[in-house]
Ligand binder design. Sequence first.
Ligand SMILES: Cc1ncc(COP(=O)(O)O)c(C=O)c1O
Length: 389
Amino acid sequence: MLTDEQILELRSHFPILREKTYLYNCSQGALSDAVEAGLHEYAASWRTSAAPWDDWMVAYQGLRVALARLINAQPEEVAIVTSASAGINPIANALQFDGLDGRNKVVMSEYEFPTMGQIWLAQRPRGAEIQFLDGVNNTAPTECYERAIDKTTRIVPLTQVSFVNGFRSDVAAIAKIAHAQGALLFLDGYQDCGTRPIDVKALDVDFFVTGTLKYLLGPPGLGFLYVRRELIETLTPPITSWMAQRDVFAFNTKCLDPSPDARRFEGGSPSIPNIYLARPAIDLLTGIGLDNVAAQIERLTRAFLKGVRDLHIDCKTPSSSVGPLVVLRAKDAASVLAKLTARGIAVSTRRDGVRFAFHVYNTLDDVNVALTALEDNLELMNIISEPRA
Ligand SMILES: Cc1ncc(COP(=O)(O)O)c(C=O)c1O
């Protein structure tokens, strides 16, 4: 657990925290001076070298190693992509839905991020049948997956934490259910990765995707895909590129020979500026220690949830949540956003929900500032007589 002094010191490296109560982390993390320095390092590498690609390839491979370490995978199991969607698409397009082995069903909850629904819906012309599970009071219970997953299920896309209500899935349990039926599990960690340690092997997921711009405190335009070693060569994506080939620098236009590693799922030339920004962000978080990050987020989330309960505000997120995202139901979310923005509180809205997202650099002061602003604008919030247990 970090001390208040350590958190104060950490905050001094994020200039925006001097100006704002920054609870916008579920949309975009704050910019640190380390990440800004990465941008300058990239510019310098381009300005000073006549052939910067050698250095850039070193940075690209170095990031792959750091990302693999972050999730307890091997570097060969990691593809560097430009978005979560760019990681999900090659897998969706490589899987078969022709029904020859009796499997064409894709089972997911209605609380998945839209891109997850849309990418698998786009597989319907190839034979995929998409089954959306109805939520139960802003939760997606494991039992609903148990009932829906069967011998016809090809894959289960699963959000680790839902963007719309902060609900946390029981990933290991759902992976077990999927595997018992012979189905695959695809975890979307975007609303969690960077807030606590993650171990894709212990969770036993087949695929994992995330991006760097939220809790990983990096830039937009960069994500990564993990594919379990044994699956990589069984999947040949129909979307490919020269950078996805076994020997990138063979320059053989007439030969299609996908890499035996997860690189076979990558697009063309990597997003080098973003790689220079993402690396210091990953190093910063691992330097703090993800256990420490999780402990601070839990402390703040619990304090915020208690304050919300005391104010009788309708909360979409379970009261037992350890964070990072708490979503409150508003009568008028746009007006709440305007009121909070005017006070220098950065939050975001989705549908009728106002999203408060905590990170390691937030403090109990931030929690109190947010609660006071809510108390002053209670008429805009949905108020309930009996707060959710
Ligand atoms: C859970 C989740 N998945 C995926 C995404 C975004 O995906 P992409 O990187 O394709 O824009 C988001 C972004 O808000 C998200 O919250």
